[in-house]
Design a protein around this ligand. Structure first.
Ligand SMILES: C[S@@+](CC[C@H](N)C(=O)[O-])C[C@H]1O[C@@H](n2cnc3c(N)ncnc32)[C@H](O)[C@@H]1O
Length: 294
């Protein structure tokens, strides 16, 4: 198992995502001889997981069942241990598209945080690209390195435990793209410029507040970046369902020559798709910019 390559069967040491039912999942590291308790009973790793195909339905000791899924960056994003705020798939999709990330790309990122975005970047740039990610919090940088190793993507990423605003990314002229998710991105813009290739590249900065965006845009312009644009991405999920509605009664037919009124108790069942009354809205602003060829 690797987060960048699909495997057929579960092996000792793999990470699997246990799907317990609608919107309930948990990550699990497979270990010969171990057991994991769920609300449906125990999962015995040796007999229930090792050698089984990813996607299998596994019956737990109390008779209930779960699905064991191959990990993906999207599943990791909704299952990872939160050490910080993280980026979610809606923003990640836009970042991946607008930074033109693809296999072989070299990317610089800071901060690494909980590694939600990092895993998505790694899957996109594999098998020949590289991610240089900078995190100044020592424990976070150590934990995320362990996860990269466990997820068998360690060869695609270098984690540096340093302050990106003071020490930069530790590389010069190699990056196709730079991504910033730090409180003061304007302080890292000159280092981003240094990290990007002489042929040019793209930059994205994620900030929750518009004041941060304003300062970042000033720093981007001062550093000679062009094509600045800021977007906010909102996801609206429509719920599809059947509804039964009373048909309107327009009274006796002779009064409504052009209508065909329904009997007063008539109903119709319709399919509808309704937007939610409430939704998770603002996450942050994504500011994009281009460094032109030097
Ligand atoms: C919001 S989190 C990043 C979350 C990450 N994008 C994800 O999807 O999991 C911000 C991280 O940036 C780190 N950070 C803040 N300022 C930094 C700096 N100047 N240099 C390096 N890391 C920094 C913080 O320690 C924190 O872990």
């Amino acid at each position: 198992m690797s987060f960048v390559e699909y495997s057929e069967c579960i092996q000792d040491g793999d990470v699997v995502i246990v799907f317990l039912g609608h919107e309930s999942m948990m990550p699990l590291q497979v270990q010969k001889g171990a057991q994991t308790q769920t609300r449906y009973g125990a999962i015995r790793h040796s007999s229930d997981l090792i050698g089984r195909r990813f996607g299998s339905k596994v019956t737990c000791s109390k008779g209930g069942w779960v699905y064991v899924l191959h990990p993906t960056p999207e599943l990791w994003t909704v299952n990872l241990p939160h050490r910080t705020q993280i980026l979610y798939s809606t923003d990640i999709a836009t970042i991946t598209l607008m930074l033109d990330l693809k296999p072989g790309a070299v990317v610089c990122e800071s901060g690494t945080g909980s590694g939600s975005l990092s895993h998505a970047i790694l899957r996109t740039i594999a098998p020949t690209g590289h991610l240089h990610t900078v995190e100044f919090h020592a424990e976070r940088s150590q934990k995320v390195q362990e996860e990269f190793r466990r997820h068998r993507v360690g060869h695609l990423v270098t984690v540096r435990n340093q302050d990106v605003c003071r020490q930069g990314f530790g590389v010069e002229g190699v990056a196709d793209a730079v991504f910033l998710d730090i409180p003061s991105p304007w302080e890292a813009i000159v280092h981003a410029k240094t990290a990007i290739k002489r042929q040019g590249g793209r930059l994205c900065s994620f900030s929750p507040c518009i004041e941060q965006v304003q300062r970042s845009c000033e720093a981007l312009q001062a550093a000679g970046f062009c094509e600045l644009s800021t977007v906010e991405v909102l996801l609206r999920v429509h719920e599809a369902r059947s509804v039964t509605m009373a048909l309107p009664d327009f009274g006796p037919q002779e009064d409504h020559a052009h209508f065909n009124p329904a009997p007063s108790n008539a109903t119709a069942t319709l399919k509808t798709a309704t937007p939610p009354r409430e939704m998770a809205a603002h996450t942050g602003y994504l500011t994009f910019a281009t460094k032109e060829r030097e």
